[in-house]
Design a protein around this ligand. Structure first.
Ligand code: ATP
Ligand code: MG
Length: 361
């Protein structure tokens, strides 16, 4: 998959831009606060369905403007496509190939991209939420149906939590209602569990290979989905029953806590290096290598499923890597398109776009 162009109007500090990309390496080069990440954010919006930065969507509108408009033209194995997204006041306009799409989630799964940004460096040492977010976004691009299951899960969770919260405060609650929500929760949780385990298995194959290459065979990476239900079960029905059991057995505890304590919203991915938990034992350099391996692996899984690579967006991370890892990326990305942002000129054979005050030259 290749992004051919990006157009933006009143998006962050970009008043107006039209960028055309090389189908291999693209370097967005500029000093701090010029608009490099803003461009990456605008592009990745189409892969993730929303911004990867925290904050309100209104923040994306250029200061003083009424709204913004972004669009991309990309090529996949079926031909050329366009995606557009515009926000004006309360109005949201999304279009694929000129046709209206109503929900943000319907945008996900068309244009595929892997983002690697400085925040990702906390993927190894950070809390479980960051690792869950990473696989949720990765899985959503590959299996858009995951998005609706996950959103149903979250709705059921909110309802169940509201009842538990009331229970914890001594208010009246309907036991039957909790049980009904536990049933729905277990159903959705089992789907999420199966998908996540399957995805992590695929991811591990490639991540292991990349990690081994980067470390010249010295480091063995393994990934394991750490679930509240037994790991090796493969039948979804069985997993559902396990979740139901755990929710039933711990109901007293949850009533006291006022919140659902078990399920995919609490689960984690265990990352190990040579058999040791990377969260506790990895060095800074190893963490960088792990995250790089995971991101490259994300691209491989996507290729395995769709027979083409996603677009790689490396925001400000390449200059953070030492020369050997930089070369590993730059030399290893033969048949892949990559957009890199940096404050320093990097050794790249591709197109260099200079970024200054929201303008691209
Ligand atoms: P760095 O190298 O430091 O990462 P960058 O080139 O990636 O810099 P960006 O994150 O793209 O910089 O941000 C560029 C500028 O955009 C910042 O100065 C920021 O204040 C500005 N900015 C952010 N949101 C808006 C907005 N809604 N309207 C106008 N300017 C904005
Ligand atoms: Mg930046």
């Amino acid at each position: 998959m290749i992004i051919k162009s990006f157009r933006a109007q009143n998006f962050r500090n970009i008043e107006n831009c039209y960028l055309e990309f090389d189908k291999r390496v693209n370097l967005l080069l500029g000093e701090n606060a010029q608009g490099k990440t803003n461009a990456v954010e605008g592009i990745y919006l189409f892969a993730r369905g929303k911004s990867f930065r925290r904050g309100d969507e209104r923040d994306l509108v250029r200061f003083g403007a009424e709204g913004f408009n972004v669009s991309i033209e990309y090529e996949d194995k079926n031909g050329t496509n366009t995606l557009e997204y515009a926000v004006y006041g309360r109005e949201r306009r999304r279009k694929k190939n000129g046709y209206k799409i109503t929900k943000a989630s319907e945008m996900i799964g068309s244009f595929k991209a892997v983002l690697f940004c400085p925040d990702d460096l906390t993927l190894v040492k950070g809390g479980p939420e960051e690792r869950r977010d990473f696989i949720n976004v990765a899985i959503s691009q590959c299996y858009p149906s995951y998005i609706s299951v996950y959103s149903d899960y979250k709705k059921a969770l909110e309802n169940r939590n509201a009842i538990l919260k009331a229970a914890s405060k001594g208010f009246y609650f309907d036991e039957g209602e909790i049980l009904a929500w536990s049933e729905s929760l277990a159903e959705y949780a089992s789907h999420i569990n199966v998908r996540r385990k399957e995805y992590i298995k695929k991811l591990e194959v490639y991540a292991k290979r990349f990690m081994s290459e980067i470390s010249e065979g010295k480091e063995n990476l393994s990934l394991l989905y750490k679930s509240d239900v037994e790991n090796e079960l493969s039948e979804r029905e069985e997993i559902k029953e396990k979740y139901k059991k755990i929710l039933t057995e711990n109901l007293m505890k949850e009533k006291l806590a006022g919140v659902t304590l078990y399920g995919p919203h609490r689960e984690d991915i265990l990352i190990e290096i040579n058999g040791k938990d990377a969260r506790t034992f990895s060095s800074q350099g190893q963490q960088r290598s792990i995250v790089l391996s995971l991101k490259m692996a994300e691209g491989e899984v996507s290729r395995e499923l769709f027979c083409e690579y996603p677009v790689f967006l490396f925001d400000d991370v390449l200059s953070e890597l030492d020369e050997r890892r930089q070369n590993f990326v730059l030399d290893g990305m033969h048949d892949r398109q990559i957009i890199i942002t940096s404050c320093e000129r990097l050794r790249t054979a591709g197109q260099v776009i200079e970024v200054k005050g929201g303008r691209f030259i």
